[in-house]
Design a protein around this ligand. Structure first.
Ligand SMILES: Cc1cc2nc3c(=O)[nH]c(=O)nc-3n(C[C@H](O)[C@H](O)[C@H](O)COP(=O)(O)OP(=O)(O)OC[C@H]3O[C@@H](n4cnc5c(N)ncnc54)[C@H](O)[C@@H]3O)c2cc1C
Length: 383
């Protein structure tokens, strides 16, 4: 099935996963939300990765047989949603690390590769990044020019030359899952350790939103990459669950902004009445609630379909597209309700507004999501 016609399933996490979510909320309250402003000036606390690992937030996509907690997609998206309410940049990182990096090790790495990296990755001792985008290959991912050629005398290793741009966590990362070209038509994925002479960090790219997440640019000059035997399509297929993670990030941002806007509207008075008593403001509050509810429903439907083993190509794009545009509308309304104060650094809504923008761009911009949805619909019509 390619169209999202399955009935909506309201999430029912089992008792153990509900307790996990309680722990995530407690973690966010203690280790994330209080630091969101501070991290923006530089990056996350150095020990955040091992803390996330100890709290079981880096092994959710790993089967129990490999030492992970093998959680449902519903638990994964709920974790990303809760993290986003505390710090959207951290949510984006955790979403990508679980769905793109660690899931890559699970699905495509050899036993020897998993033996070397997986335990440290799940514990947060090994910092990870996922590198697809290049200066000339963004939405058109197949344009990747970074080249990988087998290294003579070193079985399984390839010599990699190229240039990557906009890679989250690429500065602090110890290991990068890197997409490179193996022939004119073929692309595949490689494990590249960053502490080798062939890895040249060009630098950090300053961004307006998700600033703490260390967006990077780097070059590969005869770098050695350990080949994970997979096709480009296989590696990229991880983006479907990944997009649900970004949708969850967008929903978390929207929920937080809607909550802050409603709270502010009952405190501020103008014309001898509360903002909340003005119908124009109520309209914005209503639109916010509607956007949050609709985005969350699409997100949960996507997660439920994933957990039932159904095709999520369309629903993942729908959830990401709607949730990201909704979070941009809601954060914009939240600033409007705060008036001039909304544009100052005194209130969090300006940060949420800046962070929300990434959700319309990362892991496929909105135009690409529309393209995917239309393509799947037309394919179903023509088949
Ligand atoms: C903060 C941040 C973190 C990121 N992290 C990572 C990461 O960890 N790893 C990684 O590999 N990449 C990462 N990226 C890159 C991100 O995935 C790309 O920016 C995104 O895929 C868009 O590519 P582009 O920027 O080259 O834009 P382009 O592909 O140049 O597109 C520019 C615009 O053109 C339009 N457009 C493009 N193609 C089409 C089309 N077919 N139809 C209609 N309109 C179209 C869209 O409006 C699009 O926004 C990150 C980006 C940012 C900003």
């Amino acid at each position: 099935m390619t169209t999202p016609s399955a009935p909506v399933l309201i999430p029912t996490l089992n008792a153990e996963e509900s307790q996990f979510l309680d722990r995530v909320r407690a973690f966010v309250a203690e280790h994330v939300a209080p630091y969101t402003r501070e991290w923006e000036n530089d990056t996350f606390a150095a020990d955040i990765w091992t803390k996330l690992g100890a709290a079981g937030m880096l092994d959710v996509t790993v089967p129990k047989a490999m030492g992970g907690s093998e959680r449902s997609c519903m638990a994964y998206v709920e974790m990303c949603r809760e993290l986003a309410k505390g710090d959207p940049a951290l949510s984006m990182n955790v979403a990508a690390i679980n769905a793109l990096c660690i899931a890559h090790l699970v699905h495509f790495a050899t036993d020897a590769q998993r033996e070397k990296y997986l335990a440290d990755a799940m514990a947060g001792r090994l910092k990870l990044a996922w590198g697809l985008t290049e200066p000339d290959a963004g939405s058109d991912a197949r344009r990747v020019q970074t080249k990988a050629e087998p290294t003579p005398g070193n079985d399984g290793y390839f010599t990699i030359n190229g240039h990557k741009k906009f890679i989250t966590n690429g500065g602090p990362a110890d290991l990068i899952i890197l997409i490179a070209r193996t022939s004119e038509k073929e692309l595949s994925a490689f494990l590249v350790e960053t502490d080798q002479p062939g890895f040249e960090l060009v630098g950090r790219i300053p961004t307006v939103g998700v600033k703490a997440s260390w967006t990077s640019e780097f070059k590969l000059n005869n770098a050695q990459g350990w080949h994970t035997p997979c096709t480009f399509e296989q590696a990229i297929s991880l983006l479907y669950r990944g997009r649900l993670g970004i949708a969850a990030m967008a929903v978390g941002i929207a929920e937080k902004a809607a909550e802050l806007a409603a709270e502010y509207s009952v405190k501020r008075e103008q014309f001898n009445r509360r903002l909340a008593d003005m119908q124009s403001v109520q309209n914005m509050l209503a639109d916010n609630e509607l956007d949050v509810e609709a985005a969350r429903l699409l997100l949960h439907k996507g997660a439920a379909m994933y957990d039932r083993g159904e095709n999520v190509t369309t629903i993942a794009s729908m959830a990401k597209l709607f949730a990201s545009e909704a979070s941009n509308r809601v954060t914009n309304n939240a600033i409007q309700i705060h008036g001039g104060r909304g544009m100052t650094f005194e209130f969090l809504v300006e940060k949420l507004w800046r962070d929300a923008k990434l959700t319309e761009i990362g892991e496929g911009c909105s135009e690409i999501q529309r393209m995917v949805i239309a393509k799947q619909r037309l394919r179903a019509l023509e088949s």
